[in-house]
Design a protein around this ligand. Structure first.
Ligand code: SF4
Ligand code: SF4
Length: 403
């Protein structure tokens, strides 16, 4: 007999710990009016937010509900932003750990659907997975793209000589000219701080984050296990990533790997904050601008990194940071997480991002700054949809201007 709902069974404890209280739908405060960005931008029925999804997960486990195309649409209409998890009151009183993890429940639902009923999953997700198999890159870019970037960066290859720090470029960061320029800027900043740095160039694999989020659990686990072996082989002490999704995968998902990942993992904002504290990174250029910061969900709610980006921004001469009302763990999701730029061709993702743009405009800031290429690209699209004139940048751009 086929072992259906295999992934969901592994998170059954989370499913049954959900009290179905609906706190993950309620208003937080007057200033932070909603928890679930998907529920907010859809007709708002229960299945659009965590409680409804958990009821469906329980129905699947008890075989009261049959998988269907409609069910696949429910499973994929989630940015995995983690706001429901953050606001969920079901906490273990002894350990303080959450008893319900709606993000893991949604990922498991997706994994079972992709395994047992791939016919109901959006074909674009399957294209992404095929491209990953062919190129080790979800966007179908050949390895030579990262090889050329290695030459542009003039950095040594980490497999030739063990570096102190391995700069993990990431597939998205290497995917278009703006992102490529960002990688160059990041490496220039780190060189100025005398960091012993190397890259993997054409040997750099995909981190497996996107694959995991869209439900290709087995494929992602294989990629991650291979990657852990490769990273350990370089002998580097530290890995620095430019993308919040890569950082979250390397830090959190890789801890479940067959082998222990030896290097420490930092997102670049964490690493830059350390360099500033150690007086290794100095700024000579004043910029005179007011900016607001968008906390990426992967960096904030999933990794708890809130202070480091703010420390970096506050250290830049002439840069004034103004906070949005919904900030830090209450941040409004950019809309791009969990493969949502593919779901319904990205229309829901853009609508979700519009709320993030509106909250940034309310601050009176001149620029919206983030620390993740996914956030940047989706916020850019949402800004265009709203005719916003506010530029969307990455912290790296501001640091680069200041050094
Ligand atoms: S996920 Fe948490 S907040 Fe939402 S219904 Fe379940 S127990 Fe309540
Ligand atoms: S992870 Fe975010 S989008 Fe998904 S159900 Fe929770 S709050 Fe909604």
């Amino acid at each position: 007999m086929a072992d259906n709902n295999k992934a969901l069974k592994n998170v059954g404890l989370y499913v049954y710990s959900c009290r179905k209280c609906g706190q993950c739908a309620n208003k937080v405060t007057d200033a932070i009016p909603y928890v679930c960005p998907v529920r907010e931008k859809t007709p708002g029925f229960d299945h659009f937010y965590a409680r409804g999804k958990n009821v469906i997960a329980q129905g699947l486990l008890e075989e009261e509900i049959e998988p269907s195309k409609e069910l696949a649409d429910v499973a994929y209409s989630c940015t995995l932003c983690g706001n429901c998890m953050d606001k969920c009151g079901a906490i273990d009183q002894n350990t303080g750990e959450p008893l319900v993890d709606p993000v893991k429940i949604v990922e498991a639902m997706r994994e079972d659907l992709l395994t047992d009923h791939p016919e109901w999953v959006d074909s674009e997700y399957k294209v992404l997975l095929t491209k990953t198999q062919q190129y080790d890159n979800p966007w179908g870019l050949p390895r030579s793209v990262k090889g050329k970037l290695e030459k542009k960066l003039s950095l040594p290859n980490a497999l030739k000589k063990p570096p102190e720090v391995l700069l993990f470029v990431g597939c998205t960061a290497a995917s278009n000219p703006i992102q490529t320029e960002r990688v160059i800027r990041a490496s220039e900043i780190l060189k100025k701080a005398d960091v012993n740095l190397a890259v993997l160039g054409k040997d750099e694999p995909c981190c497996g984050s996107v694959q995991k989020r869209i439900g290709a659990g087995e494929q992602a686990r294989e990629m991650m296990n291979k990657n852990i072996h490769l990273f350990n082989k370089t002998g580097c002490k530290t890995i620095v990533t430019l993308c919040a999704g890569c950082a979250n995968a390397l830090k959190n998902d890789y801890s479940n790997g067959e082998e222990k990942l030896k290097p420490r993992v930092y997102h670049i904002v964490e690493f830059l904050a350390q360099l500033i504290k150690q007086d290794k990174l100095k700024f000579s250029q004043k910029q005179n601008k007011k900016v607001t910061y968008h906390d990426p969900c992967h960096l904030g709610r999933h990794m708890g990194v809130y202070d480091a980006p703010r420390e970096v921004l506050k250290a830049l001469p002439g840069v004034e940071l103004v906070e949005r009302t919904a900030t830090r763990n209450n941040t409004i999701c950019c809309g791009a997480g969990g493969g949502m730029r593919i779901f319904e061709s990205g229309t829901l993702a853009v609508k979700i991002g519009e709320a993030a743009i509106e909250s940034a405009l309310q601050t009176g800031a001149e620029e919206l700054v983030s620390a993740c290429p996914f956030c940047e690209m989706n916020l850019e699209a949402s800004g265009k949809a709203l005719n916003s004139q506010m530029p969307v940048l990455d912290i790296i751009d501001l640091v680069y201007e200041a050094v």
